[in-house]
Design a protein around this ligand. Structure first.
Ligand SMILES: Cc1cc2nc3c(=O)[nH]c(=O)nc-3n(C[C@H](O)[C@H](O)[C@H](O)COP(=O)(O)O)c2cc1C
Length: 387
């Protein structure tokens, strides 16, 4: 193990502050240390977790994306990731979701990416396909499924022809092998466009019950062909997608994959943490440099664990410990000392923040102050530095 937990100094993970005489500089791998994957260096361990903004026009990024992503870069996040960005129109969750299926989409993202880089952050794109969880109204309009004959709806496809439970009005169709080949091509084309737009990290979204997860999980994969049944068959498509993205993604730039480590369905045959640990080396072999570890989303019966601070961290830690593959952990991390301790204690390589960065885009700058770390502020904001 490169990052054995017991070789490093343990620090408390429940918040609170270090004693004034703590010499933080003597510790290794802390929240504000850079992290290099391939030849790409992320300046610190804080990532903006992908979050749908429902603010695109026909999949094209708008001023909202410029401000949303740009502000988090100004705020000091080391990695700034887009929301789920559809590789084809029917891969969107809602009509207002972001996409990258044409040059126009890439061109709209390019100045945003350029600004993110100007702030020293590494720009990342989450490449996604919603499968049977596509064709929905945005949350602000109710979030319900839009049937195919609805003016804003479209036909979805999936690993299965069974619709999402409770959404029987929105029929889905089972992908055949031609559909699968076309999907892999769509991911490949999207990666090429992402590169043209300037992104430095491509993340394949295989979590939260979306299309690739629909193949991974036995809850949704009822196929009898080479893409269903056995573990090897169910994981085939995600490995093929990663291989295809890796083939066009430069050697010096990392590819991430986001997975749901567990379906949270202990009462039935489902995807669980052991499956994730088994999948991780296959993903690495396909060209994955980091696994972004989330949970759930495949079925409405899921039993969420008691969602306290860092509730999903044990999944990331399990994968990291068993496989030595770098991970990002996510889930209700809000306290600087907690985030710092997760890195210091070797439980994760990156800490992804979602809702906390919605509340406070300047969280990284504030966290650095709270932890006593001297970080560069944007020159325009230096007068706002803590005294
Ligand atoms: C508004 C919102 C939109 C989200 N959209 C995405 C998404 O596009 N892709 C994704 O992988 N996760 C998405 N998530 C999940 C977050 O990335 C993150 O994993 C989750 O919010 C847990 O982290 P947190 O407790 O720090 O918010 C979304 C979460 C929120 C709150």
């Amino acid at each position: 193990m490169v990052h054995a937990v017991d070789t490093r100094r343990s620090v408390p993970e429940t918040g609170g502050h270090y004693p004034a005489d703590t010499d933080l500089s003597s510790m290794t791998d802390a929240l504000f240390d850079p992290f290099t994957l391939r030849e790409t260096t992320i300046p610190n361990r804080i990532a903006l977790s992908p979050m749908c903004q429902y603010s695109a026009k026909e999949g094209v990024a708008t001023d909202w994306h410029r401000v949303h992503l740009g502000t988090r870069a100004v705020g000091g996040a080391g990695l700034v990731m887009t929301e789920a960005t559809a590789v084809e129109p029917r891969g969107r969750i809602t009509p207002d979701c972001l996409g990258i299926w044409s040059d126009e989409h890439a061109a709209a993202l390019e100045p945003i990416v350029s600004f993110v880089k100007s702030q020293g952050a590494v720009p990342a794109i989450q490449l996604a396909h919603a499968g049977r969880k596509g064709s929905h109204a945005p949350p602000s309009a109710g979030g319900h499924a839009l049937p195919v004959d609805h003016k804003d709806g479209w036909e979805t496809y999936s690993a299965t022809d069974a619709p999402y439970p409770g959404e029987e009005t929105a029929a889905t169709s089972r992908m055949d092998e031609d559909d699968i080949a076309a999907l892999i091509e769509a991911f490949t084309d999207a990666a090429v466009r992402s590169l043209e737009a300037g992104f430095e990290v491509a993340e394949v979204h295989a979590a939260h019950g979306y299309l690739l997860h629909q193949f991974l999980s036995p809850v949704t994969n009822d196929r009898e062909d080479d893409y269903g049944g056995s573990f090897e068959n169910r994981t085939r498509i995600v490995c093929e997608v990663v291989e295809a993205v890796r083939a066009v993604w430069p050697d010096d730039k990392p590819v991430f994959v986001r997975i749901s480590a567990t379906d949270w369905l202990p009462d039935r045959e489902s995807w669980d943490v052991d499956d994730s640990v088994r999948l991780a080396p296959l993903l690495a072999e396909a060209g994955t440099d980091l696994i972004d570890v989330s949970g759930g989303g495949i079925h409405p019966d899921q039993q969420l664990p008691n969602a306290g601070p860092g509730y999903q961290v044990p999944y990331a830690e399990a994968i990291r410990e068993a496989t030595d593959i770098p991970v990002a952990a996510v889930g209700k991390v809000t306290e600087p000392a907690h985030a710092d301790a997760l890195v210091r204690n070797g439980r994760t390589d990156l800490v992804a923040l979602g809702r906390e960065l919605l509340r406070n885009p300047y969280w990284p700058l504030e966290a650095a102050h709270e932890l006593g770390v001297d970080v560069e502020w944007p020159v325009q904001y230096r007068r706002g530095r803590f005294e």
